[in-house]
Design a protein around this ligand. Structure first.
Ligand code: UD1
Length: 419
């Protein structure tokens, strides 16, 4: 186990290049099973969750060749097994995508309940409801989801709650179902569109991804393809917030600015200068940002994944902010860590009331989950003195070369071995 040590109060200045989107990669790697042949995936982020997924693909019998730092080839023609190992599945949330992918390819799947960040109940009832509508019989025994279908048949499916995971999992299975599947109240996140584009490149027939009704016409055959993953909007958003909190000036490169609109709009409302270019954004904060209220919502609303880093900026802003977390009921656990650094925060259920302070002070803190870990890093960068963050395995699951990217813009951050 390692820790991050940050010497704070440093203004960030320079350029940061954004890696491929974690949540796209986590859907597209299992989706490659559907190809039954070679897929080349480019702009793949070098993060721990991708390593975990690669281990699961290897365990199933796929061949995975690393072509370059951010480019791999997955050959799923050699897959024989349809069972995911429990130890591997519980390392992360996205192992649930193996259900849709294996069902689509083999009409059977055995996948243990997924792990991932503890930010709420995170049920998968909608994934199951959707798959059952396609004709999949599902039995849950000893924590393993056992799915089997004689035949997959397209169906209309309404999602009671907008869910990224359920939308993608249903899409994966429906690609190979007979007839037409419609997903109503579908998630519109860029990852959904990226995964649909990948599946269409394999030969699927998916229309409407990015809107709330997705129509999938099942096909008999899917083959290989080459696909580049979109840039990570959450990694970009984290560095945008870090730049603003440090009153710095950072050019964030390799982004799709429209994917960042909710974050950009809030930063501008706070008085932070955000300039959009074709594939980059510049964030410059000359004065203390003003407090704003935030409500997390499905895309294109303000993303729940950005709530935690944004709370650090609000903790340092002028005035009082009200933050409402509408997606995950336990995503405020990290506030206790922020309070150790001098933040003035009161949490009442799904609402946090944040009274801005002039300065945070460095402290020993713990990353309680992935995005909370990123928020802790932002807090450490701007706090007075030294911050030591433990439990950083969470951060490594989702941020590629975090220290290197931050050191390049002037941060003082290093990794040490935990005692
Ligand atoms: C994905 C992302 C995560 C992001 C979240 C919301 C991945 C691997 N993770 O998580 O980073 O924070 O979207 O943008 O892509 N729900 C149900 N039943 C279900 C499924 C979900 O009630 O079957 C609820 C959840 O409890 C939550 C809401 O729907 O309240 C949204 O969850 P969902 O979009 O499914 O999140 P994940 O796919 O787990």
């Amino acid at each position: 186990m390692e820790k991050l040590v940050i010497e704070g109060s440093k203004r960030l200045e320079g350029e940061i290049c954004i890696s491929g989107a974690k949540n796209s990669a986590l859907a597209i790697l299992p989706a490659a099973i559907l190809a039954g042949s070679e897929c080349i995936i480019k702009n793949l982020p070098a993060i721990r969750d991708v390593v975990y997924l690669r281990d699961m693909l290897l365990q199933l019998g796929a061949k995975v060749h690393i072509i370059d730092q951010d480019k791999i080839c997955i050959d799923s023609s050699s897959i024989k097994s349809h069972k995911i190992d429990a130890e591997l599945a519980k390392r992360m949330r996205a192992s649930y995508y193996f259900i849709g992918a294996l069902i689509g390819r083999f009409k059977k799947a055995e996948v243990p309940f997924p792990g991932g960040c503890e930010i709420g109940m995170r049920p998968i009832d909608l994934h199951i409801k959707g798959l059952e509508a396609l004709g999949v019989k599902i039995k849950i025994t000893h924590g393993v989801i056992k799915a089997k279908a004689e035949e997959l048949v397209g169906a209309p499916i309404y999602l009671d709650v907008v869910s990224v995971g359920a939308t993608i999992n249903i899409m994966l299975a429906a690609c190979r179902a007979k007839g037409i599947t419609t997903i109503e109240n579908a998630a519109k996140e860029p990852y959904v569109v990226d995964t649909a584009n990948f599946l269409n490149a394999l030969g699927a027939n998916i229309k409407g991804a990015g809107t709330d009704v997705i129509r999938i016409k099942g096909v008999d055959f899917l083959g290989g393809c080459e696909h580049a993953i979109i840039p990570d909007q959450m990694e970009a958003g984290t560095y945008m917030v870090a730049a603003a909190a440090s009153r710095g000036n950072v050019l964030i490169k390799n982004v799709i600015p429209t994917h960042l609109e909710a974050i950009t709009a809030k930063l501008r409302e706070m008085g932070v200068e955000v300039t959009e270019y074709e594939d980059s954004v510049r964030v410059a904060a000359l004065s203390r940002p003003k407090a704003v209220n935030i409500k997390t919502l499905p895309y294109p609303g303000f993303p729940t994944d950005m709530q935690q880093p944004m709370c650090v900026l609000l903790a340092l802003s002028e005035g009082t902010a009200i933050v409402t977390e509408n997606i995950f009921e336990s995503r405020f656990k990290f506030m206790d860590e922020l309070k150790k650094m001098g933040a003035k925060i009161r949490v009442e259920g799904r609402v946090a009331i944040i009274e801005g302070v002039n300065k945070l002070s460095g402290a020993p803190i713990t990353a309680t989950d992935l995005r909370a870990g990123a928020a802790m890093v932002v807090a450490g960068l701007v706090a007075d003195g030294k911050t030591v963050i433990s439990n950083i395995g969470h951060i490594d699951r989702g941020y590629e070369r975090l220290e290197e990217k931050l050191i390049n813009v002037g941060a003082r951050i290093r990794r040490i071995e935990e005692d």
